[in-house]
Ligand binder design. Structure first.
Ligand code: C2G
Length: 152
């Protein structure tokens, strides 16, 4: 009997924290279904995504641990999804611990430890800092060139 695992997320800037979670989720059963938050739902979640939905789906489908991906449009679709897709396990990272226990009447609810010190937010922060560093170096070069031109 195929044991189906289901999970949900934005999976923006796909990183090793996502991969390690998906790997552990897949190991809980025989197939892993991922509800990927649409760009519109991300806006509702107050998340400013970097990577568009279609590309986040493409990266998830390229992951060896993922068997299928479907759109997550709103908070309330989980119960119907679990029943319709006959998910035996609903699992998330433990930053969500306790938040979805109400689904325990129709499926097994599991929370797995997050991978520490990496997140899409942190990656965005680092890339913004790098960009700022490059801009400031450019400003220094321009200042230097201005001085050279003035001295001619
Ligand atoms: N995650 C993880 N380790 C990280 C970062 C994320 O294990 N370093 C896990 C999260 O716990 C989550 C999944 O990866 O289970 C996806 O994380 P996000 O893309 O941040 O998803 P989120 O915004 O939490 O959306 O309805 C549920 C929501 O769609 C969840």
């Amino acid at each position: 009997m195929t044991k189906t695992v289901i999970t949900y997320g934005t999976f923006d800037m796909f990183h090793v924290g996502h991969v390690r979670l998906l790997k552990r989720l897949r190991a809980l059963g025989d197939r892993l279904l991922v509800g990927c938050s649409t760009d519109e739902f991300n806006a509702l979640k107050g998340k400013r995504g970097v990577i568009p939905y279609e590309q986040r789906v493409e990266m998830l489908l390229a992951c060896r641990y993922v068997d299928d991906v479907f759109p997550e449009h709103d908070w309330g679709q989980k119960r119907d999804d679990i029943l319709h897709k006959k998910a035996d396990i609903f699992a998330m990272g433990d930053d969500w611990a306790g938040k979805f226990d109400d689904l325990g009447d129709i499926t097994q609810v599991i929370y797995l430890p997050r991978t520490p010190s990496i997140s899409s937010t942190e990656l965005r922060r680092v890339s913004a800092a790098l960009r700022e560093e490059q801009l400031s170096e450019l400003r220094n070069v321009l200042d230097h060139l201005n001085r050279v031109v003035k001295s001619l």
